[in-house]
Unconditional design. Structure first.
Length: 297
């Protein structure tokens, strides 16, 4: 179950960022609304997912979207069985665009307890990982949320994340471990201290031969993730935009050397269904360029 060495090298040493195109059932209506498609324009999940797939297709098939600036892209599970320009989605990303494919595997969040939201159970995980591997996916993404500086809650989130991460590694894939810190948390800076300590403790038990990726909220203190960036068991540290505007997220990211973007909403900000292809491609090119610059700053 070897990990694709070219893809691993691309993520480790390539210049660029990871595009998060993994809006799920819960976040899709919001993503479509920002894209200029109101909820009155579709009825039922099938129509909604068809529309968001059109949006994603327009993004990944754009001439602005290539491996020169975009290292990887995170897909939603439904997209794995869909196509871009007549090719399997993951195949298209890697073979046509030289963009490393990732898959969001989490099924959403449990209700808040101990100041955190844990991952819901993932039924059929082994089958999903095997299917992803067979389709040429490189890694997975799984997101929890931390809302308060509760050490027991933070430890529970990290234990769950690293346990799942090990299952992903055992399946020959690279996990993106994502313990998001809510940017509105009153004690965000204190949470980040506790989180970094917990991450370093668990990373020391991960074999550097099979490193993981960390996806973290942009920190309150510039350069705070330096030890994580340099850790031998970390392939890459990527940052989520977490509700910051693209300009704010880019400004914060640029102050964290070695951390690259993995933006979702901040990537698609300003793109609409109503734009002509020329307008759309120009807007996407400007977005990609600004996120790329912040990622290599």
């Amino acid at each position: 179950m070897a990990i694709n060495p070219q893809q691993k090298d691309r993520i480790a040493s390539g210049k660029g960022f990871i595009a998060a195109l993994d809006q799920s059932g819960g976040s899709t209506p919001k993503a479509l609304k920002l894209y200029g498609i109101d909820e009155s324009a579709y009825s039922g999940d099938a129509e909604m997912f068809a529309l968001v797939h059109q949006m994603r297709t327009r993004i990944v098939t754009s001439p602005a979207f290539t491996g020169e600036r975009v290292l990887g892209a995170i897909l939603f599970e439904r997209t794995l069985d869909d196509q871009f320009a007549g090719q399997d989605a993951a195949t298209y990303l890697w073979e046509t665009k030289q963009v490393v494919p990732f898959l969001k595997i989490d099924k959403g969040l449990e209700d808040e307890a101990n100041g955190v939201q844990m991952l819901k159970p993932i039924p059929g995980l082994a089958d999903l990982l095997a299917r992803a591997k067979a389709k040429g996916v490189f890694g997975t993404k799984e997101r929890s949320v931390i809302k308060a500086n509760n050490p027991a809650g933070i430890a529970a989130v990290l234990d769950q994340q690293f346990e799942l991460g090990q299952q992903v590694l055992d399946a020959g894939l690279v996990p993106i471990i994502e313990p998001e810190v809510d940017i509105k948390a009153a004690d965000k800076e204190a949470i980040e201290v506790e989180l970094k300590k917990g991450l370093l403790e668990r990373l020391d038990k991960v074999d550097p031969a099979t490193p993981v990726i960390l996806k973290l909220t942009l920190p309150s203190v510039d350069g705070f993730f330096k030890e994580l960036v340099e850790h031998p068991s970390v392939l890459k540290v990527v940052a989520l935009s977490g509700g910051y505007s693209r300009d704010d997220a880019n400004a914060k990211l640029a102050k964290n050397p070695g951390v690259i973007a993995s933006f979702s909403r901040a990537l698609t900000e300003g793109l609409t269904a109503q734009q002509s292809d020329e307008e759309f491609n120009q807007a996407l090119d400007a977005a990609i360029e600004s996120i790329y610059r912040a990622s290599i700053a």
